[in-house]
Design a binder for this molecule. Structure first.
Ligand code: GAR
Length: 191
């Protein structure tokens, strides 16, 4: 199963996927390429480190969504890597029908809360400020509804009285780093 990872940030989840692959914990999945919508995204440094194709793809003209020419460039780049699965790992753009229709049923997203609670931006901060005692992370299929597609799996994290936003974020990220490679491995071993 060829997977393509899309990200915008430091890429700790992409690193967790690549480390799982190296350790033989990614089932039959193999990372074919990494694409970022920011030229200086840390995730792009993983390419040389792990020997994987990694490229910036220009997302212009929009700032927060993937549509128009930028969407067409992403569709072409992702298609060129012939993916069986597209993994959004910290890709901070709203996906529109053009991209969804190009990869129907093949796109999954990682979100840092127990959906359907706290969709959208800053899922960790939203949960912390609301004062919930349990939050976590979710891997789900991507549909036109932002953070609203069918859930593949979740992991929970307890918010203890002494937790700060920073300590909570560290716990959620640790949960993500275990959950996402496990979901990919499971998907790769279907049928
Ligand atoms: C992760 O916490 C992921 O859940 C979140 O971005 C972070 C990326 O970190 N995604 C979203 O908030 C999507 N709405 P990383 O670049 O270190 O993998």
């Amino acid at each position: 199963m060829r997977i393509v990872i899309l990200g915008s940030g430091r890429g700790s989840n992409a690193a967790a996927i690549l480390e799982a692959q190296q350790a033989g914990r990614l089932g039959r999945a193999r990372v074919a390429a990494i694409f970022a919508d920011k030229p200086d995204a840390g995730i792009l440094a993983l390419g040389p480190r792990f020997g994987v194709r990694s490229e910036f793809v220009d997302p212009a003209p929009f700032k927060t969504k993937l549509e128009g020419e930028g969407e067409a460039r992403f569709i072409a780049a992702v298609n060129s890597a012939q993916p069986d699965l597209v993994v959004l790992a910290g890709f901070m753009r709203v996906i529109k029908p053009g991209f969804l229709n190009a990869f129907v049923g093949k796109i999954i997203n990682l979100h840092p809360s127990l959906l359907p609670s706290f969709p959208g931006l800053d899922g960790i901060g939203q949960a912390f400020r609301r004062g919930v005692r349990i939050t976590g992370c979710t891997v789900h299929y991507v549909t036109p509804e932002v953070d609203g597609g069918p859930i593949l799996d979740q992991a929970s994290v307890r918010i203890e009285p002494g937790d700060t936003l920073e300590s909570l974020a560290a716990k959620v990220h640790a949960a993500e780093h275990a959950l996402l490679p496990a979901v990919i491995a499971r998907l790769s071993e279907r049928d």
